[in-house]
Write a protein that binds this ligand. Sequence first.
Ligand code: KG4
Ligand code: ZN
Length: 342
Amino acid sequence: MRILGIETSCDETSVAILDVAGNAVRRVFHETASQIPVHAVYGGVVPEVAARLHVAEIVALLDRAIFQRRGRAFDAIAVAKGPGLATALRVGVEAARALAFATGKPIVGVNHLEGHLASAWLVPGNRRQWVFPLLALLVSGGHTELVLMKDFGSYEVLGRTRDDAAGEAFDKTAKLMGLGYPGGPAIAEAAEDGDPTAFDLPRPMLHDASFDMSFSGLKTAIARVWDELPKRKQADKGVVADLCASIQEAIVDVLIAKTVAAAKQVKPTAICIVGGVSANTYLQERMTRAVRRDLEGVRLLAPARGFHTDNAAMIAAAGAWHLIRGESHDWKKMDAEPEMDL
Ligand code: KG4
Ligand code: ZN
């Protein structure tokens, strides 16, 4: 089955065609037009600008996917219908509906978060070790969740952030410190030469028995530390590196502790770390060490480089999970669902 995937939930316009035959997956086409340079000027994603840029890109991407060279056939359409920015999602959904109408092919509306889960499945080695139950740490710009995957399409959210997402904590503190957008990569880079013990920052809910998390208190604490620093120190690269390393350490400490605690309870065969924040090398290293030390026999599955952040290949993959079970939707009734849950 060849699935055309469409992703427009936030700041990446992305189109993919995946060939899925049992456990064999081949990427026939995949292109992402990133809006990050535009939003960086504003220090964050501007929804209206995002939607307009998706409109400008989507037809060109679909045209290249379907008609470039001798053309590429597809059997079904998968589109991210939520969660995300309402006006941005609608661009992808309307494009997908128009295609379903014009071609008569089946269409499936995919949860963007399920797409992130599927991003790890796209790696051939991970597919061979894909044995349920799996525990996913899903860390993106808008979501931070611990998800128990019992089967394809059967998920239980064990814990989630009660306020800001981990990615948001990176983005907001980076903005405060004038490090630019997106904040995660900027803080990670600045943290490289920093001392993670230099600033004593809180680890909210670290010892709480639930698997929920909270990052807004950390953000407030960082803002206070930053405001109290004299201008001279704010301009000191060493001080900024120390603060960034301390921020990264605090966020990673919480993510690791909660993931390990949840894994001890639900005993997954493997842990998947997915979502934009999972691109963080330090988080990957710490998770590798934690799993080796505390979770014997548990494997760690991550997306391939470049597939941590939003992309259409993961949407097509999640679409395949549904289509293979015979599920599809009526394009006439399909709409974006900005507040969609897993
Ligand atoms: O999954 P994603 O592309 O979009 C959403 O679905 O939200 O995630 C974007 C988030 C942003 O908050 C960005 O700062 C963060 O992922 N991010 C990182 C890194 N790369 C991206 N955070 C920490 N370290 C990174 N290397
Ligand atoms: Zn995402």
